[in-house]
Design a protein around this ligand. Structure first.
Ligand code: URA
Length: 228
């Protein structure tokens, strides 16, 4: 990769500004000042700006706290999409991993890493997804027991479902297969109804408590490794 591209992507600068830094002798590669923007950076090179080592990440990962009213796709003729909430470089290559319904809020992973997305959505990979549910009616102990071992959905048993009462109308539910409208259908099966649904965890990734709806944070390659 060219040095100006490396600097621009790792410092989130325009190509013009990164060329300017290089020209001003502020960038070193392996302790040598390089003023040629077209210099080719190799995988083992260490690039420094002000003696700070620059990390280059091939892929980007964000956790977005999805608000209601946004669809989980990259474009939509009718609704705003979750990408409309993001203002980041390389946005045109980003996409959401998996789906949340338009009225569901909470943790959504947004990335440009197609292989990760493919992996996480594979039916063989059982990633735990934790939701907070506000329900219309209280669940009985027998309702809770009924779903624990999984229920029949689309002629196939779901994986075991973990569900616990937080208060009379609030439940934490953990599912590991991502059937269409799965949580809502579990509550319908119990002759109940989901009034509010928020995803708070996906694998080892948790929705940060201080991340408001509509906000997002960038996460590092290393943090994503756990979910793999
Ligand atoms: N289950 C649902 O019913 N809806 C979601 O958005 C996610 C899981």
């Amino acid at each position: 990769m060219r040095l100006d591209q490396f600097v621009s992507e790792s410092l989130d600068l325009s190509r013009k500004d990164s060329k300017e830094l290089i020209r001003k002798k502020e960038i070193k590669v392996n302790n040598i000042v390089i003023t040629d923007s077209s210099y080719k950076v190799n995988i083992n090179d260490e690039v420094f700006y002000n003696d700070q080592i620059l990390e280059y990440e091939e892929y980007s990962y964000y956790i977005l706290n999805k608000p209601k009213g946004y669809v989980t796709s990259t474009s939509d003729p009718q609704y705003k999409t979750v990408l409309d909430l993001m203002d980041v470089k390389g946005k045109d290559k980003l996409f959401p991993v998996g789906r949340l319904d338009i009225d569901t809020t909470g943790l959504l992973l947004i990335t440009n890493d197609g292989a990760l997305s493919h992996e996480l959505l594979s039916p063989k990979k059982h990633i735990d997804k934790t939701y907070l549910v506000k329900s219309l009616n209280e669940l009985s102990d027998s309702d809770i027991l009924k779903v624990k071992n999984g229920i029949m959905m689309d002629n196939k048993m779901t994986n075991p479902i973990d569900i616990k009462r937080i208060d009379s109308l609030t439940y934490e539910i953990v599912i590991s297969d991502g059937r269409y409208h799965e949580v809502k259908r579990i509550f319908e099966y119990l002759n109940n109804k989901v009034l509010e649904l928020k995803r708070i965890k996906m694998g080892n990734l948790s929705l940060p408590d201080d991340l408001k709806e509509g906000e997002y944070i960038k996460i590092r390659d290393k943090e994503i490794e756990g979910i793999r």
